[in-house]
Ligand binder design. Structure first.
Ligand SMILES: [Zn+2]
Ligand SMILES: [Zn+2]
Length: 158
C-alpha cells in the first residue's frame, strides 16, 4: 500500500485521493450497511478528514441520523449512486472511506468486526478479530490493531 491511495466511483465521474495513512480497516455488519451496500457487510476505512481530496467530479451528500443519535454525512456520486465516504458530524477530524472504491484493494484486511449482533449467520468472524456487538465507543482498539498489523514486516508490501 503506497500513498496517496486513489479511488473512484463505479461510473468514474468522481476520482479521489487519500493522502494520509489509513487509521484502521474494519467490517460493519449493521443493517444500514447491509442495505446501503446491498450485501452482507461493508468495509470501513477511517482516515484524517483533511487527507481526503476529491480530484474530479462533484459528490453529493445526504445526512442520516443513526440509531445511537449520531449524524453522518453520506457522500456519494450523483451519477451512479456509489457511496464514497461517511463523515461523522460528531468527529470532524475523521472521514470514513468506503475502501471497496479504491483502485487497489488487495491489501485491505478488516482487523475488526462491528455490529456483529446483526451479522449474517453464515459469516464466520475470525477468532483474533476485534469484535463489538454494536457501535464501538471509540476507535481506539480498532486503530491499535491496525497499527500492529501494519508494522509487521510482511505487511504493507502490496
Ligand atoms: Zn459515479
Ligand atoms: Zn454499519
Amino acid at each position: 500500500m503506497r500513498l496517496p491511495l486513489t479511488g473512484t466511483c463505479q461510473c468514474g465521474s468522481i476520482r479521489y485521493e487519500i493522502r494520509g495513512e489509513p487509521l484502521s480497516v474494519y467490517a460493519c455488519h449493521c443493517t444500514e450497511c447491509q442495505r446501503q451496500s446491498a450485501g452482507a457487510f461493508a468495509l470501513s476505512m477511517p482516515v484524517a478528514r483533511d487527507a481526503v481530496v476529491v480530484l474530479s467530479g462533484k459528490p453529493k451528500s445526504w445526512r442520516r441520523t443513526t440509531e445511537s443519535g449520531r449524524v453522518i454525512q453520506c457522500i456519494f456520486c450523483p451519477q451512479c449512486g456509489v457511496r464514497l465516504f461517511h463523515n461523522p458530524e460528531s468527529n470532524p477530524d475523521i472521514s470514513v472511506v468506503k475502501p471497496g472504491t479504491l483502485d487497489e484493494t488487495g491489501w485491505l484486511f478488516p482487523v475488526g468486526h462491528i455490529w456483529t449482533r446483526s451479522a449474517q449467520p453464515w459469516f464466520k468472524i475470525p477468532l483474533d478479530a476485534i469484535c463489538y456487538e454494536g457501535q464501538p465507543p471509540d476507535l481506539t482498539k480498532l486503530t491499535a490493531a491496525w497499527r500492529a498489523r501494519s508494522s509487521r514486516p510482511t505487511a504493507g508490501k502490496n
